[in-house]
Design a protein around this ligand. Structure first.
Ligand code: FE2
Ligand code: FE2
Length: 358
């Protein structure tokens, strides 16, 4: 039995409570603390509040446990008229075997609920993994077609984008990044990551569904020009030389030209592919555009792209933590849109870095 499955008895009647603790401990680890003690660091599966001398203190413990979502059984001096579920109560003088029976039935209920939640979580993970595999195939097919000089299937790209929007809205960006983190093709993983950030960003901004779709689709294909970059440069396990960097920097124009030549991609989409490395202060490439020349859709994808790149592993450096990556982007000054960076923080970084209490 793990400490996670322990029962906590909080009591101001140590002698009586220790008999109860011993009895519970024959089945599951049971710890006893005084009524004045603080909450132990190790979270119990349930708690018994056996505080008979101070009703206010007893109620405070019940409320605290409820706040931490720890089910409790209260041995109350007087009948308790209402308590938040999943709190139960028994009169303080209830026979020990009845208290024990209540503790074990409560524990069974908690464990059954946990197992149900685990099973549901595992079903969801299987579904999200299948969705990520579908999206990965659609990226791989699009990049393979571009590499061979064949037309991309717009329907397949749209289907992949739909899957990403749905998966990210249901499983959240953190789970999405964990799932695609298992893929070994860095370029496809990067595309799925940027598209995932775009989906989370668009959802957080409450953009209309068609705009969310446009944003995620553009993010998915923003680096399609890299399909034409020699693999020796694309997959080089180290920093690029100046010459190699110059070749790498052709990918936005190559990608936009490729999609434009195929036809079927609208102007905003082509702008994202061509201009996602432009900076508001004019220091970006390929065209050195500045502020008003860079549309919002491009600015959004650029933020997702840089954040994704900084938090991805590279052969020559470890991935940066999300907050650190964001701090670096904030320090880029006039290169990125400050309002959108703040919005990205609220919509994407906060949910990503929030500590789960359950
Ligand atoms: Fe790029
Ligand atoms: Fe990129």
């Amino acid at each position: 039995m793990t400490q996670e499955s322990s029962v906590l008895v909080i009591s101001d009647r140590p002698e009586q409570a220790s008999l109860l603790v011993q009895a519970i401990d024959t089945v599951v680890t049971c710890r006893q603390i005084t009524a004045e003690a603080g909450m132990p660091a190790q979270r119990p599966i349930l708690a018994v509040v056996d505080i008979s001398r101070d009703e206010t203190l007893a109620n405070a413990w019940v409320a605290r446990l409820h706040g931490l979502r720890i089910p409790s059984l209260q041995l109350a001096l007087r009948a308790v008229t209402s308590r938040p579920a999943p709190t139960r109560f028994l009169p303080a003088d209830t026979a020990r075997k009845t208290v024990l029976a209540a503790v074990f039935s409560l524990m069974d209920a908690v464990q059954a609920a946990r197992q149900g939640a685990l099973a549901r979580a595992s079903d969801r993970l299987v579904r999200f993994t299948a969705q990520a595999d579908t999206a990965n195939r659609s990226v791989a097919d699009a990049f393979d077609a571009a590499r061979r000089g064949e037309p991309l299937s717009i329907a397949a790209v749209d289907a992949g984008t739909e899957v990403i929007l749905e998966a990210v809205s249901q499983c959240g960006i953190r789970t999405w990044l964990e799932i695609i983190g298992a893929y070994d093709q860095q370029l496809y993983q990067h595309s799925l990551s940027v598209a995932g950030y775009a989906a989370a960003f668009g959802g957080g901004l409450k953009l209309p569904r068609t705009d969310q779709m446009r944003l995620a689709r553009a993010a998915l294909l923003h680096d399609v020009g890299k399909s034409r970059i020699p693999l020796a440069i694309l997959n080089k396990p180290g920093r690029l030389t100046a010459g190699e960097m110059a070749v790498m920097r052709t990918h936005p124009a190559v990608g936009a030209n490729l999609l434009e030549a195929q036809g079927g991609f609208d102007g905003p989409m082509l702008a994202v592919v061509r201009h996602h490395h432009e900076m508001l202060d004019g220091s970006g490439y390929p065209d050195g555009l500045s502020a008003h020349e860079i549309p919002d859709l491009v600015r959004l994808v650029t933020i997702c792209d840089i954040h994704s790149a900084l938090t991805e592993r590279r052969a020559y450096r470890d991935p940066l933590p999300h907050q650190e990556a964001h701090a670096i982007m904030r320090e880029m000054g006039g290169k990125l849109d400050g309002d959108l960076l703040r919005a990205f923080h609220d919509a994407v970084i906060v949910p990503l870095t929030r500590v789960s209490v359950s």
